[in-house]
Design a binder for this molecule. Structure first.
Ligand code: NAG
Ligand code: NAG
Ligand code: NAG
Ligand code: NAG
Ligand code: NAG
Ligand code: NAG
Length: 268
């Protein structure tokens, strides 16, 4: 049976790829020859970002690879290591295939599924920070001292029904254990639902669960400006789809049923 996480991770990734789908068709699943070279020029200014499970992933990536990653754009994401961590106030549940891993649960018990999204008052950011420091001191992740220079943008729409009120605030609190307040921007007053708040001509209303929402606020622009500072080029009128290149994710996804990564990724 496929590990259920794959379903949710794929959901997050697939939504991100949606507007690009018309650009070109992915190579075949078993195509081993047409992988585009990534051609990323240097790795000194890499930032990560995403929505929902994509944002969860971005948080993990920012923390684990803090020597390489200088910033993160978190549109509805949970704190580092949160999904599997038992907190003192967590309700214990009988074993469930949806929550196969729990750190700190007694034998034969597990966590409420998605406790950091639906029951976030139990989450203790300081405990998660201690876990990250512990992993760092064992050399399991990059030296966490690098995280102090990261610039992190977080967003939660006020009508998001998937990440309850207070949940993304815990992600903010986690990063606040490492970064000065001036490097953290938490935007939580836009009436967006569970999606990217964007201005302009999209036909999608602000609210609900569509991945892009016309909220008269440019969340991605705000995130990029927060992470990279001034001097960014203005957005192009139209994306140049010829600059979209497929790349092979196979070397990275390990057990596909667990990681849920697609066979091919797109780079712009
Ligand atoms: C691609 O590689 C896999 C093993 O990695 C192999 O099973 C498959 O046949 C290859 N596909 C082609 C078209 O050569
Ligand atoms: C856990 O619950 C107790 C009792 O309701 C409360 O006093 C305490 O503040 C809670 N701890 C956290 C970290 O929320
Ligand atoms: C949330 O946690 C509290 C204990 O802090 C528990 O009483 C409650 O049942 C939990 N709610 C859900 C939806 O899991
Ligand atoms: C640190 O990690 C080790 C190995 O995973 C574990 O045994 C230990 O309890 C952890 N310590 C803290 C303070 O979390
Ligand atoms: C991490 O970096 C700090 C500052 O350079 C250093 O003091 C510490 O020993 C390093 N930790 C590890 C586990 O390498
Ligand atoms: C990451 O931290 C280590 C240890 O503190 C330090 O030597 C290194 O310069 C840092 N890397 C960056 C890119 O800041």
């Amino acid at each position: 049976m496929a590990f259920p996480f794959a379903r949710y991770a794929f959901f997050g990734m697939a939504l991100m790829a949606w507007p690009l789908e018309a650009a070109s068709v992915a190579p075949a699943e078993d195509d081993n020859t047409s992988a585009a070279e990534l051609g990323i020029p240097g790795v000194t200014r890499i930032a990560v970002g995403g929505l929902s499970s994509g944002a969860d992933f971005a948080v993990q990536f920012q923390v684990a690879f803090s020597e390489t990653v200088i910033g993160a754009a978190i549109f509805a994401g949970q704190p580092y290591g949160c999904a599997i961590q038992r907190f003192p106030n967590d309700t214990m549940e009988p074993p469930s295939p949806e929550v196969p891993v729990c750190k700190g649960c007694p034998a034969g018990k597990t966590l409420v599924y998605d406790h950091c999204k639906v029951n976030s008052s139990v989450v203790e950011a300081r405990l998660l920070a201690a876990v990250a420091k512990n992993y760092s001191s064992q050399g399991l992740i990059d030296n966490i001292s690098n995280l102090t220079r990261a610039r992190v943008y977080l967003h939660r729409g006020t009508t998001d029904s998937v990440y309850e009120e207070g949940s993304v605030a815990k992600t903010h609190d986690f990063f606040a254990e490492f970064l000065p307040a001036s490097q953290l921007l938490f935007k939580n007053d836009i009436p967006a639902g569970h999606g990217y708040p964007l201005p302009g001509s999209k036909p999608w209303a602000c609210g609900g669960r569509l991945p892009m929402q016309n909220c008269d606020y440019d969340g991605t622009d705000a995130a990029l400006k927060h992470i990279y500072g001034g001097g960014l080029a203005s957005p192009a009128e139209k994306a140049s789809t010829s600059n979209l290149k497929w790349f092979d994710q196979k070397p990275f996804y390990g057990d596909k049923d667990v990681t849920g990564l697609a066979r091919w990724g797109l780079v712009y």
